[in-house]
Each structure stands twice: as structure tokens, then as C-alpha cells.
Design a protein around this ligand. Sequence first.
Ligand code: MN
Ligand code: MN
Length: 277
Amino acid sequence: MKPVKKNIQDGSICILGIGFDQNSSFQKGASLAPDRIRESYFSESSNLWSEKGLDLGSVKHLYDLGNIDFKTGMEDFNHITNSVKAVLDQGSHLICLGGDHSITFPVIKAYAQKYDCLNILHLDAHPDLYDSLEGNIYSHACPFARIMEKKLAKRLVQAGIRTMTGHQREQAQKFDVEVNEMKDGINWLDSLEFEGPVYLSLDLDCLDPAFAPGVSHHEPGGITTRQVIDIIHRLKGKIIGADIVEYNPDRDLGSMTSMVAAKLLKEIIARIHEDTI
Ligand code: MN
Ligand code: MN
């Protein structure tokens, strides 16, 4: 990952930090995530090869765009949308590092301007479909309600879900969300297939807290790190962008969870490289 000096080349892959956690309902801390994930990405305890054999250190057009600066005085969500749009307009693929999950709404606003028929695969313990939470319609518990009511995606598939409420079941029905709940097992991967571009929104609390304790909401009964990697490897569809959100360094044990985030980042970069380059 190289810092960008000039314009980004068409077909490159970029990483952008969005350390924004003002819409977290329970605990702040995710704002510190992007730099910690970068540290783990480059940690000498591992290497820069993907499992399927891509040397990420040799990928020519892989760039780190740094973090969005939120001290510009611009309204935060518009600033996120404009920053993401500027990257997509240059023909680059983008992986955003949150931040809490509220950032996915302004991020997808930019993607929707580029892709008419966007599919989203959303891995999370939570459906994040609340119409509002504690009076905040932009809460990290609401992004997929905002995305679907504005018709920014043609298809939303969720997996890892284990905190459905009555209200969110109604919301899922209203927006035709395909929800794969943990109670129903994880065989959905084999039958799932996407037509058109797929955006992967990866909330780290989709993982069982045993694998990723560094998140604000510990929700037992989740998927394993291995299963998330298998999803990244085996998903039938073309992944064109992604986010990794909700890493909270304040809750981590050592760097256990940032290493998970960094590993998943490597596998996502490799998958986007394989799908699009
Ligand atoms: Mn979430
Ligand atoms: Mn979650």
C-alpha cells in the first residue's frame, strides 16, 4: 500500500480511513480504528500475501489515501459522500475502514451514483434496519433503513444476524431484505449468487466475540474468522467495493481484533483484485 502522490490510476484499489463514531449508540472508540488496522496490516508478525497467493506488496496500483479529515467545517455525511465519490470518479475501487456503521449510508450514496444496480452483502450481528434509534435516524443501527428507503441498492442480503427485533423484522419485510439469521445455519453461501456489482459491508461484530472482542457490541453466537474468509473467497458475484466497520480499539485484547480486521482487509483486496483487474 503506497501513499498517493498524484492522480489515482483507473482500475487501482484504494484504502480510505473514515474514523467517524459520532453515531455510535453504546460506546465510542471506532474513530481510532483505521490507523490501528493499518498497523496490524503491516505487522511483522505476518506477511503481505493473500491466502490464495497474491503478494499484496507487489500490487502496483494499491494506494492508501489516509483518513478523511473531519475538521473541514463541512457537514460530515456530505463530506464522506464527496470524498468517496471523488475516488470512484477516478475509476478506482475503494475499501473504507470505519468508523461506526453509520458511515455506510453516506458511502453507499456515492456508490449509487456510479452503480445503478448495486447489490449489498451485509455481514453483521445486527440488521441495522431501525427507522431510528434514540431519536437518531443516522445512528449506526439505521444505515440500511436509510439505504433501502432511498433505493440506493437493488438487493440487500444480510448474514450473521442474531439480534432481530419485531420492528426490524417488519423493516426487513418492508424493504425486501434477504436476511440469513444465525439460527438458521450458515448454508446460505452455497445457494447465494449475485448478478451485477456487489458491495461488501463487513461489521466486525458479525464474528463471534471469541474471535473479535474489539467491538462495541459483544453479541455471542456469531460466525468464525474462517467462515468470513470463506465468504470472501467463495462468494458468487463481482465484489467492487467494501467497508470494514465497528472495530473499537478500546475494547480489543492486545491487537487480536485489529489483526482479524487486517487479515480480512488483505483477503478483500485480493478478491477485488481477482474480480476486477
Ligand atoms: Mn452494523
Ligand atoms: Mn453490528
